[in-house]
Design a protein around this ligand. Structure first.
Ligand code: EPU
Length: 443
């Protein structure tokens, strides 16, 4: 159990490089199950979720070697098609192995996945689509496992009822080696999925986006090894951009991918944030005047990503006026609010008026529980003060680090392992920008 001690109020200045995307690295690691040849993955972030995924794959018989940000993965024969409960309970993406295991071995046993608790996070859309491809999948509530088997996965035309990022990836990983053609309609469009597609095509898969939200996969009999360098993590870039502005600093982000940040940059510029495009992969973020309150609503790509709304809330505590955030993707992604209130932020929950919530929201409306809200109103600017904070999920964790960096005085941030899931050595990299941040390992 680690905590951060942060003395805030220091402007962050200098250069910081974005690492590889967590939400690509995890999926390409799973793709290694699809071939007997070696996969070399470059630009893999050194984060806890990658370690957990390697544990999942290791338990399935996969061999790997890490060399800095490069991982060499080989798999010849799966001696065990069962994912261990303790690791899967900590990792959202563990259920992605269903596709490769079913297509190659005809059997897969995997627990209901864990990861950040942002609501119910069921995988009903994944399971139903895999059944359309010929999988027999039973969920046993007594042990929390999905038991899946098939004689053969076959192509199918599948229409997702709503957007699902990892659902789309699960089906890609299932369909590449299935017999015949699979068409995914209403498929997710997140750019991380395109990076996975590029890697799979390099391995010999036949995948193309034939129209908006439509992916066509021609099944092949075999995939081969490859070497692939994954894209930069756009969530890290947003975190560092906001870190610069809320500390009245000036941050230059290397390995920047502005083309993947359209909705963020629109809102950020509207709020008064300044962006200097220094070269194609270097971006400077700062503000030279007051910030203005700016409303956002999260949505699937190409909208304002749900992963950005928590750090955005910290920015809005420093903006003049009343701003709103409408979270439409997850039913419970405001765990950070109680912590920002401790720091003096003026934030209130509200429930935006929506004509047909069952159809409008990305989550299953029936999964909402008492206390879930879809909106917050933030009144600013409010100087934040130091506090003792508790992190509940990954993006909320980065958000509380940002808030503590902007607040004069010493804050203590507990639950740092959540941040370690998705950000590589964040304290060392922020310290290089001048942050006063120290990790304390608790016994
Ligand atoms: N949903 C269902 N049933 C399903 C699938 C999804 O009800 O079968 C609901 C979810 O509960 C959620 C909504 O539909 O309310 C959208 O879920 P989606 O499947 O699109 O999200 P995800 O795959 O669980 C991934 C990322 C998230 C990111 C979202 C949105 C990974 C490992 N996770 O989650 O990243 O916020 O897509 O882009 O790729 C993070 O990195 O911190 C993170 C949470």
């Amino acid at each position: 159990m680690d905590k951060f001690i942060i003395t805030g109020g220091v402007p962050l200045k200098g250069e910081i490089a974005v690492e590889g995307a967590k939400n690509v690295a995890l999926k390409i690691l799973v793709a290694s199950l699809l071939t007997d040849e070696e996969i070399v993955i470059r630009n893999v972030p050194l984060i806890r979720d990658v370690t957990l995924m390697l544990e999942v794959l290791g338990a399935l018989g996969v061999n790997y070697r890490r060399d800095g940000h490069t991982i060499h993965v080989t798999h010849n024969y799966i001696h065990n098609a069962k994912v261990p409960l303790d690791v899967a309970a900590r990792l959202r993406t563990s259920s992605l192995v269903l596709g490769p295991l079913l297509s190659r071995y005809g059997v897969a046993t995997t627990p209901n996945p864990g990861g950040c608790r942002l609501g119910a996070r069921p995988i009903d859309r994944h399971i139903s689509a895999l059944k359309d491809m010929g999988a027999d999948i039973q969920y046993h509530s007594d042990d929390g496992y999905f038991y899946a088997k098939t004689k053969e996965l076959h192509g199918a035309t599948i229409r997702f009822p709503k957007n699902t990022h990892t659902g789309t990836e699960t089906l890609l990983l299932a369909a590449v080696l299935a017999r015949g053609q699979t068409v995914l309609e209403n498929a997710a469009e997140e750019v991380e999925i395109d990076d996975l597609i590029a890697c799979l095509n390099q391995m010999g898969a036949k995948i193309r986006r034939s129209a908006p939200r439509t992916i066509v996969i021609e099944g092949v009999t075999k995939l081969h090894g490859t070497e692939y360098s994954i894209m930069p993590d756009r969530n890290e870039e947003v975190t560092f951009a906001i870190a610069g502005v809320i500390t009245h600093g000036d941050v230059i982000v290397k390995n920047s991918s502005r083309r993947n940040l359209g909705a963020f940059l629109d809102a950020y510029r509207k709020a008064g944030g300044k962006v200097e495009e220094m070269d194609t992969t270097t971006t400077r973020y700062y503000a030279d005047g007051p910030l203005t309150s700016t409303d956002i609503a999260t949505s699937p790509h190409p909208g304002f990503m749900t992963d950005w709304q928590a750090p955005w809330a910290v920015l809005m505590t420093q903006a003049h006026g009343l701003s709103t955030i409408h979270e439409t993707v997850f039913e419970s992604r405001f765990s950070y609010v109680s912590q920002l209130l401790k720091m003096g932020a003026h934030i209130e929950f509200f429930d935006p008026k929506v004509a047909s919530p069952e159809a409008f929201y990305n989550f299953n409306w029936a999964d909402r529980v008492d206390g879930d809200h879809q909106g917050v109103k933030i009144k600013g600017p409010t100087p934040l003060h130091n506090a003792v904070l508790e992190i509940n999920d990954l993006r909320a964790g980065a958000t509380l680090v940002l808030a503590a960096l902007s607040a004069p005085g010493e804050s203590v941030v507990h639950g740092v392992e959540q941040v370690d899931r998705g950000y590589e050595k964040i304290e060392e990299r922020l310290a290089a920008l001048g942050a006063h941040i120290q990790r304390i390992t608790e016994e």
